[in-house]
Design a binder for this molecule. Structure first.
Ligand code: HEM
Length: 490
């Protein structure tokens, strides 16, 4: 009773204070309750409705929407430059992505803390570095290990969980990159280690809400199960780093040579291991699921990949996969992947930044987003974000946005294509854009080409549109946390 009374009094106090002083964001459109409190958006976030709700708010109120007394969401590609390319500082949302109590490139809030880390990482993950023969060989070896799962599916006519398999392949690739070819995980073959470690990451993922959305309380209220799982994976990661002996071709060695301490290196790597395996696996799962659902897309994809294997009728399975430089040139493969990353962005949610003290005059710069006369001042200190979920579903940029249509990336005229690329934010934007993008793209193209060069995919009975519903969090995955697909050798 006493606690409830305090809560009611507290809320009444906040509302009264806001009524007297007025919210600095009161001129920005949005539900009335958001002028007074951030509890409203937090409740929707907690109940996993946030991305879809923000999308609806943009449809109702336009490109700029108030989410709380100090937070707005913007959905206007013309402002990507202002916010992300001009590199506003990140918000406290990212605070809990520190590892070992040490900041890493992803969790760094201020640009001056981020810049020196990014400089080192930029070279590590450049396209030249990740397409070096050693990395390509490493991916091929992991695919050869994974081949038996597809063969079993074919021989026994059984559907396999591709999400779990893609997690294993992506983890084996990303850890080989971090610790050197022989020191990465072997989750593809070592199923008990895979289940143990991915199980610990799943426990951490269950508590996705507290750290990012309640950063100031997180230290005090994080559940014991989360802390235990985190302690376990932190120790596992540090142990992998120390046991690797830092081979010269490993990312870890290059970070140390770039001036990172052991804990700074471990903090980066722990982040890349998580960022690298889950996102890649989720994107590949949605790609395979869609292709399995649409035979006409599957046939086109198979023909293109098979024709690239050498002199062939484009129908017979390939015996050897083409070099990555050739796979990378295949237009339909690129279009299918791009369309997957548009509609099923593994990180579909707000990427929050803080408006600098001078504030930001938002002025819609094209008629689709409002008239220039409707400029609004967003004061310094406001949390401002864009979300790929909405940018990628804007019908003025992506006609019929809910339709999975790879051809939109191949058949649109150059102006439409320019607008689509400008709105595409799956990997973020500006200098804080995903540093692992080249590695992820190589991984995804290789794995897709490997599958469709040899197999035809058919949906398992367990997998439905409902089981593949994208859960509404910062990073998504299918609701069932599994996707069953059967592969036949033809
Ligand atoms: C499909 C796969 C991936 C997707 C969709 C993805 C998405 C993203 C996004 C959206 C951001 C920016 C987040 C923000 O500003 O809020 C980001 C940043 C980052 N990603 Fe990825 N990522 C993927 C794969 C990877 C891989 C494979 C790695 C590393 C091996 C990686 C490492 C990072 C790092 C270190 C950052 C922070 C960069 C910085 O601030 O300088 N990601 N990623």
């Amino acid at each position: 009773m006493f606690a409830a009374a305090i809560l009611v009094l507290g809320l009444a106090g906040i509302v009264g204070f806001r009524l007297l002083t007025g919210s600095p964001l009161s001129k920005i459109p949005g539900p009335a309750i958001t002028t007074f409190t951030d509890v409203w958006i937090l409740i929707h976030t907690y109940f996993e409705r946030r991305n879809r709700l923000i999308h609806k708010l943009h449809q109702e109120y336009g490109p700029l929407v108030r989410l709380s007394p100090h937070e707005v969401s913007l959905s206007d590609p013309n402002s990507i430059k202002q916010i992300y390319v001009n590199n506003y500082d990140k918000s406290q949302f990212y605070f809990l992505f520190d590892n070992y109590g040490v900041t890493n490139a992803f969790s760094a809030i201020e640009r001056q803390v981020h810049a020196p880390k990014r400089r080192v990482m930029h070279q590590l993950y450049s396209k030249t570095a990740v397409t070096a023969p050693g990395v390509e060989q490493c991916i091929r070896e992991r695919l050869a290990r994974a081949a038996r799962y597809f063969e079993e599916s074919h021989k026994e006519s059984k559907a396999i969980d591709i999400l779990q398999l893609f997690r294993s392949i992506a983890m084996d690739v990303v850890t080989a990159f971090q610790f050197g070819g022989d020191h990465g995980t072997d989750f593809i073959r070592n199923v008990s280690e895979r289940d143990l470690i991915l199980g610990k990451y799943s426990v951490q993922a269950q508590f996705w809400f507290i750290g990012p959305y309640l950063p100031s309380l997180a230290k005090y209220i994080l559940p014991k199960a989360f802390v235990e799982a985190l302690t376990f994976t932190d120790a596992w990661n540090l142990d992998n780093l120390r046991r690797s002996g830092l081979p010269p071709d490993s990312a870890a060695k290059k970070l140390i040579d770039g001036g990172f301490s052991e804990l700074e290196t471990a903090s980066e790597i722990a982040d890349h291991v998580v960022a690298g395996h889950e996102t890649t696996a989720v994107a590949l799962t949605y790609l395979c699921w869609h292709v399995a659902k649409h035979p006409e897309i599957q046939d086109k994809l198979k023909s293109e990949i098979r024709a690239a294997c050498g002199p062939s009728d484009g129908k017979s399975p390939c015996s050897v996969l083409p070099a990555f430089k050739d796979l990378d040139k295949l237009p339909y493969l690129a279009a299918v992947l791009q369309e997957t990353l548009r509609l099923y962005a593994p990180i579909p949610a707000s990427e929050p930044r803080v408006v600098p003290p001078s504030g930001y005059w938002y002025s819609p710069s094209s008629s689709e987003y409002g008239s220039k006369a409707s400029s609004v001042f967003i004061p310094g200190g406001t949390v401002i974000s864009m979300q790929p979920w909405t940018l990628h579903r804007d019908p003025s940029v992506f006609p019929d946005p809910e339709t999975f249509d790879p051809d939109r990336w191949l058949k649109s005229d150059s102006e439409a294509l320019h607008r689509m690329n400008r709105s595409f934010m799956t990997f973020g934007a500006g200098i804080r854009m995903c540093v692992g993008m080249n590695l992820a793209m190589e991984d995804m193209k290789f794995i897709t080409a490997f599958i469709f060069s040899k197999y035809t995919a058919k949906l398992g009975a367990e997998t439905t549109d409902d089981s593949m519903y994208m859960i509404d969090r910062y990073s998504t995955r299918p609701k069932a946390n599994a996707c069953y697909v059967e592969f036949a050798e033809r």
